[in-house]
Design a binder for this molecule. Structure first.
Ligand code: NAD
Ligand code: DAU
Length: 353
């Protein structure tokens, strides 16, 4: 039986993808390699305990020996590579780990897969590298959306490390004919997202009656995609995409941050009237250095080639996300550990924490 190696499958999108894959492709064996950093949480996979179709291997994608041994030991023919350091603000505080995991880690995986798949007979192997729209840089208010041909112009250490990884993946296809595909996706939201990212952070602050910080004026724009739409797109590209190609995956739902947070808090008030007026917790704070103004993705390629389009609109997605967090407040409490609070204090100062 062939196996899919999912990296970073204990994190937000990776865990959603693992659950999605168990439902959609129950016959597939999943090997889940995750370092279980602050963002990786085995609790996200608790439902899979005892499931013979899923094996969690705690370990580092940059550990050459470990990664090589996994390819020797298991019949891996597909890789879906989510593992990364992912938070822009942390990349500004501590860029080194982003270079190590995102660039060196991706290189290590590519090398191990390339060697293992040389002369492989039978099933055509595939390596899907999960990337971000941030590699394209920042748009002005009236600029056309990024296409797959937009030159890379990353602005944060996070975006630069993802761009570096994407370029390595591309070079493996061009140089070795390595069967790689890349997806560049916009801002995801949904269950299991670590509460450092805007939506779950704003929500967890509001639930605790604490300030909800908005960087700058809150006019920066992001394009939001419900995580399940991303998972569906990733599986489609893995199975039906053309090797060597890049596909943009976007939610087609651009919103300025302030409007998004107001909508979120208004929905929260409807669902939890006892919280009073959570909108009053919105607090403007110092802007993020190098803060990208706007992201937007042109998704004509994946729509035309693979018939993918997002299915969950923003309000429905936010309602589903809120319902999940409200039903899992114990998860949120456990995630808000001592190390998490140290990070918040460094990032926002004591007034917000
Ligand atoms: P996340 O931070 O929630 O999870 C990252 C996971 O990777 C964690 O489980 C962590 O333990 C694991 N990890 C980190 N370093 C590792 C290492 N050295 N070895 C093995 N595992 C390691 O991230 P996410 O938001 O789920 O993002 C997943 C992927 O999707 C990333 O590659 C990210 O760049 C990309 N992406 C994210 C978004 C988004 O909005 N969240 C949008 C586009 C693309
Ligand atoms: O676009 C895809 C990217 O989206 C992914 O590649 C990244 O991994 C993911 O973290 C995300 O990056 P952003 O920087 O866009 O996401 P974040 O949730 O950190 O911030 C969203 C916007 O909200 C951004 O403009 C900054 C702003 N913000 C964020 C936080 C945490 C605030 O105004 N206040 C906050 O407290």
């Amino acid at each position: 039986m062939s196996m899919v190696l999912v990296t970073g499958g204990a994190g937000f999108i990776g865990a959603n993808f693992v659950h999605y894959l168990r439902r959609q492709r129950p016959e597939w064996q999943i090997l889940n390699l995750d370092l279980l950093t602050y963002a990786g949480n085995p609790e996200n996979l608790a439902e899979l305990e005892g499931d013979p179709g899923h094996i969690l291997v705690p370990g580092d994608i940059a550990d050459r020996e470990l990664v090589t041994s996994l390819f020797q030991r298991y019949p891996i023919t597909r890789v879906v590579h989510f593992a990364a350091e992912t938070h822009v603000d942390r990349s500004i505080m501590d860029p080194g780990v982003f270079v190590r995991t995102n660039v060196l880690g991706t290189f290590t995986l590519l090398e191990a897969a390339r060697q293992a798949w040389q002369g492989l007979k039978g099933e055509e192997p595939r390596f899907l590298h999960i990337s971000t729209d941030e590699v394209y840089g920042s748009l002005g208010p009236d600029d056309p959306a990024f296409t797959e041909a937009t030159p890379y112009s990353p602005n944060s250490p996070y975006a630069a490390s993802k761009a570096g990884a994407d370029l390595l993946v591309r070079s493996y296809y061009r140089t070795y004919g390595f069967p790689a595909l890349i997806t560049n996706c916009s801002n995801n939201y949904g269950p299991y997202q670590f509460p450092e990212k805007l939506i779950p952070f704003a929500l967890s602050q509001a639930l605790a009656g604490k300030p909800v910080p908005i960087y700058g004026t809150g006019a920066n724009i992001r394009d939001w995609i419900f995580v399940e739409d991303h998972c569906r797109g990733a599986l489609l590209v893995l199975e039906k995409g053309r090797p060597g190609e890049t596909y943009n995956l976007g939610g087609q739902q651009e919103k300025p941050n302030l409007e998004l947070v107001r909508l979120l808090l208004q929905l929260l008030r409807e669902m939890r009237p006892e919280l009073g007026q959570p909108e009053e917790l919105i607090t403007f704070v110092t802007d993020r250095p190098g803060h990208d103004w706007r992201y937007a993705l042109n998704t004509a390629k994946i729509e035309g080639e693979l018939d993918w389009r997002p299915q969950v609109d923003l309000e429905e997605g936010l309602r589903r996300t809120l319902s999940w967090y409200l039903a899992h407040q114990d998860w949120l409490e456990r995630v808000r550990s001592g190390a998490y609070r140290d990070y918040l204090r460094r990032q926002y100062g004591a007034a917000v924490v």
